[in-house]
Design a protein. Structure first.
Length: 816
RNA sequence: GCCCAGGUGGCGAAACUGGCAAACGCACGAGACUCAAAAUCUCGCGUCCGCAAGGACUUGCGGGUUCGAUCCCCGCCCUGGGCACCA
C-alpha cells in the first residue's frame, strides 16, 4: 500500500475553476493599475448585447481569443487592462421585451446578471471594477454629452428623411422589421413616411476615414475589414454633366456619371421619381401617368425600393426632352425607381449600350441603343445582346473615336468643361448617419424645442436627460413616440428663455452608445467627466481590438468617426481609436450554420458543466484558425481534455521526482516550443500554438522526462489557454503567487542551431533521399554526400547531372 | 451582379519566402492491462501495386511558368461571408 502522499490527485476542473475564480476576485489579480501602469496594454473585445438566451458560443469564441491574447501579453510583462461591458440599449432588447411582455427595465438587469455569471465562469481576465452598462444614466449621460459636442460643432443637424411606416400599427419600423414589404407584426403593407430626424455629418470625414485606413502609423487592421470599410465609403471618380432642357428654358438637368467617355451613347435620361425638375418637364399628356407612378413609388417601403434581384425595370416618360451636350441631339427624359434621389444628383444620363440597368430599361421600353465602346478587334456594327461594360476604344464618338476608355474620359470631360457643360467630381457611397430612433429603449436626444428659440441643446450641467420609467413603453396607435405621451416629461422649460417648451422624443441609435464606450472603460469611476485626460493618454488608443467582421462597417466606422470629431474638438490626442484590429471567424456546428430550427445551437453552459471552462476554451481555440472560425464538433473536446490531463500528470510527477539528465532532443523541443508558441500567440494562430504544446508534451512523455524546469515552462505556456488549470499547477509546483506574475520563457537561439542538418535530396524534382551534412555546408560538399548515398545513386545511375539546385540547409535537387 | 475569403485523408486541420504534402487532434482498427467494461498505455491509419524492401499516384477541374507548384499566372466549377438598381 503506497503512502497517501504519492496517490495521484485526479484533475477535477470544476473544483479547480471555482477555487481560482474566487482567488482572482480576492487577490484582485485581474485589476490593472490604471494610474500607475508602466507598460499599459489596453486589450479590448466587443462588448455583448445581453440577450435573454445568454452568451452564445460565438461570443465565447471571440472572448476566449481576446482573453488568451491578453493573458499572453500579461506574461510578456505588460500591464493589461481587459474590461467588459453590456451594450444593452436598442431595438433588439425592446422588441424582445415587447414580445415576452416584460419591461426592458426588468428584463435587461436580469440578462446582465446572467451574462456576468457566464463571463465569470469562462475565466476571462476582466477588470470588474470597470464595467460599462450603456443603459446606466451614469454612462448615457456622457453619450448625450457626445451628441452635444457634435451639435455644437455643427456636425449634428435635423432634416426630413424617409422611414418605414406601418399604417396599421401606426409606428415606425426598422428595416429588419419589414419582411417582403410587410410589417413583421401585423402583416400590413409597409409604406414610407417622411419625418424630421437627426443626422451626424460623417460624410464630412469621408476623405480622412478613407486615408487613415492605409496609414500604417495609425491603423493595423485585418485586411478584410479595411476592404469592407473602403467599399462602404465607396469613393468614385467621375463628372457632373449638364444637359440643357430642349425647350429652350434656362434650366438644365445635372447628372453624375463615372463614364463620361460614353456620353455619345446617352440616348435618354432618367430622373428619380422625387426629382424636383419632374414638374417642369412633364407634359399635359403625360401628367396623369407620371403622377400615378410617383405616388406608387412613394407608397412603397424603403426595403422594397432598394431591393434588386432580377426586378423588372419600371418607369414613365415625362414627355420632356433634354439636349445631349455632346451630340446636340434631343433625348427623352423618363422617371424610374431605379434612379435614387439620394445618390449622385438623382438623375442619370442613360447609356444602354454600356450599362446593364440602362440596357434593361431600354429593352423594356423600346429605347434606342447606340454603341460607343468597342472591344478591340470586334465589329462595332453588330447589335448588342447585352450591355458591354468591358474595356475598349471609343466609336461613334466624333473626334474622340479611337481613344481608350481612360483617355476618353479625360478628353471628353475636358472638352465639355471648356464649354461649361461638365465638372470633374467625386462621389461617396457613404451617407450621413441617421441617429434618430422613434423608440423608447435608448438615451433621449438632449434637445428641447422652444417656439421662440427653436432647437435648444440641454445644458451639459443638466445631463443626463433621464429616460423616464414609463410602463407603456410600446409604440401604440396614437402614432406618437411613447415618450411624448408623458406630459410631465415632454413639457419642460426652455433652457434658453424659460418658456414652456417640448423635449425631443426620439432616442439615439444604439450604435452611438457603442461608438465611444472604449473611451469610458478606464474612467468608469470618474463622475464629472466622460473620460479622464491622464487615464486616456495612458491607455488609448486601444492596443488590441478583437471582434467580428459583422461590425466591419457600422460600429467600427462610427467609432472612428466619433473619435475623430472628439480629437478635432481637443478632447483626445489621437484620431484613430483602435491601433490594431483583428477580425475573428465564425463558428459553425457539424458543418452547418447554427440555428434554433436545426436544433444544433451550442449552449456553452452545458459544455462547461461537463468538461470545464479550460477544456472548452482550449477546444474553441484548437478547432480551427481563430481568424477564420471553424466547425464545432462535440466529440472534439476529448483531445484538449486528454492534453490537459497529461499536463496535470506531468506536474504531479515533476513535484514528486527529482530531475534527471535532460536529453538534447528534449531541450531542443523546449526551446522550439517557447519560440513557436510565442510567435503563434502573437499572430493569433492559436490552433497551431496548441498543436506545438501537444508535441512538447508528447516529447516529454516519450522521454519520460519530469524535469521541474521543463514542466514549469509548460505550465506558463498553457496558462493563456487554460488559466485555472495553470494556476493550480503553478501552486502544485510550489511556486508562489499567480502564474500570471511569471514571465514568458525566452528561447535560446544557440540551442536551436544544431551542428548538422538534414538535407532533402531530390532527383529530377522528386524526393529520393536525405543526407546529414554540416550546417551551412556548400553545394559541392552536399552533392558529394548525396552521390555517396546509395538510395540517391540508384536514381542518378551513371548519368552526369545536367544541373544541380542547392538550397542551403534544406534541399539538393539533381537534374539528370 | 460586384467585392472578399476558401476548396488538402473518414472528419477538424497543418505546411512561415515556390523546396520532405497530411504536423496536431478526432474517429476508427489491432494489441496490452482487466473477471469484464470504462479509463489509460502501445502500434497502425491518403489511394493503388507489393509478403516485404520499395514503387506509382495524390492538395476542386483544365491549361501554363519552373529543376521543383497546395503556394505563382490564365480559364472554369463549387462553398462561405459581405455589399447590392451607388449611375
Amino acid at each position: 500500500m503506497p503512502p497517501e502522499s504519492t496517490t495521484p490527485v485526479a484533475y477535477d476542473p470544476q473544483a479547480v475553476e471555482a477555487k481560482w475564480a474566487q482567488r482572482w476576485a480576492d487577490a484582485r489579480t485581474n485589476e490593472a493599475d490604471l494610474d500607475g501602469a508602466c507598460r499599459p496594454f489596453y486589450n479590448l473585445m466587443m462588448f455583448p448585447y445581453p440577450s435573454a438566451e445568454g452568451l452564445h458560443v460565438g461570443n465565447l469564441f471571440a472572448f476566449t481569443g481576446a482573453d488568451t491574447y491578453g493573458r499572453f501579453k500579461r506574461l510578456q510583462g505588460f500591464d493589461v487592462f481587459e474590461p467588459i461591458g453590456f451594450d444593452a440599449f436598442g431595438i433588439h432588447s425592446e422588441n424582445y421585451a415587447i414580445k415576452v411582455g416584460v419591461h426592458p427595465r426588468e428584463l435587461i438587469p436580469r440578462n446582465i446578471a446572467n451574462f456576468r455569471r457566464q463571463l465569470m465562469r469562462f475565466g476571462g481576465m476582466f477588470d470588474w471594477r470597470h464595467v460599462v452598462d450603456t443603459t446606466d444614466p451614469a454612462y448615457y449621460r456622457w453619450t448625450q454629452w457626445v451628441f452635444l459636442q457634435l451639435f455644437k460643432a455643427g456636425k449634428a443637424y435635423k432634416k426630413p428623411a424617409n422611414v418605414n411606416w406601418c399604417p396599421s400599427c401606426k409606428t415606425v419600423l426598422a428595416n429588419e422589421q419589414v419582411e417582403h414589404g410587410l410589417c413583421e407584426r401585423c402583416g400590413s403593407e409597409v409604406a414610407q413616411r417622411t419625418l424630421e430626424q437627426w443626422f451626424f455629418r460623417i460624410t464630412d470625414y469621408a476623405e480622412r476615414l478613407l486615408a487613415n485606413l492605409s496609414d500604417p502609423a495609425k491603423m493595423d487592421w485585418s485586411a478584410s475589414t479595411v476592404m469592407a470599410q473602403q467599399n462602404w465609403l465607396g469613393r468614385s471618380e467621375g463628372a457632373e454633366v449638364r444637359f440643357p432642357l430642349a425647350d429652350g428654358r434656362a434650366d438644365a438637368i445635372t447628372v453624375y456619371t463615372t463614364r463620361p467617355d460614353t456620353i455619345f451613347g446617352a440616348t435618354f435620361m432618367v430622373l428619380a421619381p422625387e426629382h424636383p425638375l419632374v414638374d417642369a418637364l412633364v407634359t399635359d399628356a403625360q401628367r396623369a401617368a407620371v403622377d400615378a407612378y410617383r405616388q406608387a413609388a412613394a407608397a412603397r417601403d424603403l426595403v422594397a425600393r432598394r431591393t434588386v434581384g432580377d426586378r423588372e425595370k419600371t418607369g414613365v416618360f415625362t414627355g420632356g426632352y433634354a439636349t445631349n451636350p455632346a451630340t446636340g441631339a434631343p433625348i427623352p427624359v423618363w422617371i424610374a425607381e431605379y434612379v435614387l434621389m439620394d445618390y449622385g444628383t438623382g438623375a442619370i444620363m442613360a447609356v444602354p449600350a454600356h450599362d446593364e440597368r440602362d440596357f434593361a430599361f431600354a429593352a423594356a421600353f423600346g429605347l434606342p441603343v447606340t454603341r460607343v465602346i468597342a472591344a478591340p478587334g470586334t465589329d462595332a456594327g453588330t447589335p448588342l445582346a447585352e450591355a458591354y461594360v468591358g474595356d475598349g476604344v471609343l466609336v461613334h464618338s466624333g473626334r474622340f473615336d479611337g481613344l481608350g476608355v481612360e483617355e476618353g474620359k479625360r478628353a471628353i470631360v475636358g472638352w465639355l468643361a471648356e464649354r461649361g457643360a461638365a465638372t470633374p467630381t467625386e462621389r461617396w457611397r457613404l451617407r450621413d448617419w441617421c441617429i434618430s430612433r422613434q423608440r423608447y429603449w435608448g438615451p433621449p436626444i438632449p434637445i428641447v424645442y422652444c417656439d421662440a428659440c427653436g432647437a435648444v441643446p440641454v445644458p451639459e450641467a443638466d445631463l443626463p436627460v433621464e429616460l423616464p420609467n414609463i410602463p407603456d413603453f410600446r409604440p401604440d396607435d396614437s402614432g406618437v413616440s411613447p415618450l411624448a405621451r408623458h406630459e410631465e416629461w415632454y413639457f419642460t422649460p426652455c433652457p434658453s428663455c424659460g418658456a414652456r417648451a417640448r423635449r425631443e422624443t426620439d432616442v439615439s441609435d444604439t450604435f452611438l452608445d457603442s461608438a465611444w464606450y472604449f473611451l469610458r472603460y478606464p474612467s468608469t469611476d470618474v463622475a464629472d467627466r466622460p473620460f479622464d485626460a491622464a487615464r486616456t493618454a495612458r491607455w488609448l488608443p486601444v492596443a488590441s481590438y478583437i471582434g467580428g467582421n459583422e461590425h466591419a462597417v457600422l460600429h467600427l466606422l462610427y467609432s472612428r468617426f466619433i473619435t475623430m470629431v472628439l480629437h478635432d474638438l481637443g478632447h483626445c490626442a489621437f484620431e484613430e481609436p483602435f491601433r490594431v484590429f483583428r477580425a475573428h471567424g465564425l463558428i459553425i456546428r457539424d458543418g452547418a450554420k447554427m440555428s434554433k430550427s436545426r436544433g444544433n445551437v451550442i449552449v456553452p453552459d452545458e459544455f462547461i458543466a461537463r468538461w470545464g471552462a479550460d477544456t472548452f476554451r482550449m477546444y474553441l481555440m484548437f478547432l480551427g484558425p481563430f481568424q477564420e472560425g471553424g466547425d464545432f464538433r462535440s466529440d472534439g473536446l476529448a483531445g484538449p481534455r486528454r492534453f490537459l490531463d497529461k499536463v496535470w500528470a506531468l506536474v504531479g510527477d515533476a513535484a514528486a521526482e527529482p530531475a534527471g539528465e535532460i536529453r538534447r532532443e528534449v531541450l531542443v523541443k523546449q526551446h522550439q516550443t517557447r519560440k513557436k508558441v510565442a510567435e503563434d500567440l502573437e499572430a493569433l494562430h492559436y490552433n497551431t500554438a496548441i498543436a506545438a504544446l501537444m508535441e512538447f508534451v508528447n516529447v516529454l512523455r516519450e522521454a519520460n522526462c519530469h524535469d521541474r524546469a521543463l514542466v514549469r515552462d509548460l505550465v506558463i505556456m498553457v496558462a493563456p489557454f487554460a488559466p485555472h488549470l495553470a494556476e493550480e499547477c503553478w501552486e502544485r509546483l510550489g511556486e508562489a503567487g499567480s502564474v500570471f506574475g511569471a514571465r514568458w520563457p525566452a528561447h535560446d537561439p544557440a540551442v536551436l542551431s544544431a551542428a548538422t542538418v538534414e538535407v532533402v535530396v531530390q532527383v529530377g524534382g522528386k524526393t529520393r533521399s536525405r543526407v546529414q551534412v554540416a550546417r551551412d555546408a556548400g553545394e559541392a560538399e552536399v552533392l558529394a554526400a548525396a552521390l555517396a548515398d546509395e538510395q540517391t545513386r540508384r536514381f542518378v545511375g551513371d548519368a552526369t547531372p545536367r544541373k544541380v539546385v542547392h538550397v542551403p540547409n534544406r534541399l539538393l535537387n539533381i537534374v539528370v
